[in-house]
Design a protein around this ligand. Structure first.
Ligand code: ATP
Ligand SMILES: Nc1nc2c(ncn2[C@@H]2O[C@H](COP(=O)(O)O)[C@@H](O)[C@H]2O)c(=O)[nH]1
Length: 204
């Protein structure tokens, strides 16, 4: 049986560039991760596609999946549910592939409780002014939602202490390189590889 893959969680405040950096990682050379497509109850934005950006569902459908234990984690964020379907993650990790989640902070903390040996990476903005201008310039949210996202962002940045790594997203290509290096080195951590040798050592 192949070794179980790594669960990689990229998180951070809204607008910091998680989606941008995640897409750049998946477009980069030598990428071998599998992206877990999230489910949400929010409205589809112009240009988004069902099953590519998200699985878009009604609140009733989402709540049914929560109640039947089909979500690894979920969170209510600025009035909508967002969550990670459990079966895809388990099946992909069991097949030996690494799974990449791009999720907000409350959800990341729930994953940490359930999968403590995951790799938890917090993407940080260079500063709060830059964070706000990224959300404003993206042009996807009205001012009330932007203010709400900025309020939540202050609390989220404080949660950085619970992560394994903090990566500043000053330039997308630099953030991508930093994250890929972190993941590569995580594969060589002794606690991740020792079990392969345990049987051998016992018989030696
Ligand atoms: N390093 C960067 N420098 C300048 N602009 C950036 C950088 N990274 C991302 N951006 C821009 O910031 C905006 C927000 O990025 P993105 O949508 O990827 O953030 P996000 O963290 O995924 O947001 P959300 O959590 O709300 O989905 C986008 O317009 C994106 O082009
Ligand atoms: N807890 C989870 N958060 C998720 C998931 N998928 C996306 N997200 C995060 O939600 C916010 C808002 O996203 P947007 O697409 O409306 O801008 C953002 O921080 C995403 O990273 C998920 O499965 N679980």
């Amino acid at each position: 049986m192949s070794e179980r893959g790594l669960l990689i969680v990229l998180s951070g405040p809204s607008g910091v560039g998680k989606g941008t950096v995640r897409k750049a990682i998946f477009d980069s050379e030598g990428n071998e991760f599998e992206y877990s497509i999230s489910m949400t109850t929010r409205q589809m934005r112009t240009g988004e596609k069902e099953g590519v950006d998200y699985f878009f569902r009604s609140r009733e459908e989402f709540e049914e999946l929560i109640q039947t234990g089909k979500m690894l984690e979920y969170a209510e964020y600025v009035g909508n549910y967002y969550g990670t379907p459990l079966d895809y993650v388990n099946q992909t990790l069991d097949s030996g592939k690494d799974v990449f989640l791009e999720i907000e902070v409350q959800g990341a903390m729930k994953v940490k409780e359930k999968v403590p040996d995951g790799v938890f990476i917090f993407l940080t903005p260079p500063d709060f002014d830059e964070l706000k201008s990224r959300i404003v310039n993206r042009g996807t949210d009205d001012m009330a939602v932007i203010d709400e996202r900025m309020k939540v962002a202050r609390e989220e940045v404080d949660m950085m202490r619970h992560y394994d790594y903090a990566v500043v997203n000053d330039k997308v290509d630099l953030a991508v390189d930093r994250i890929k290096k972190i993941i590569e080195s995580e594969h060589y951590r002794v606690d991740r590889v020792i079990h392969r040798y345990e049987k051998m050592l016992k018989e030696f």
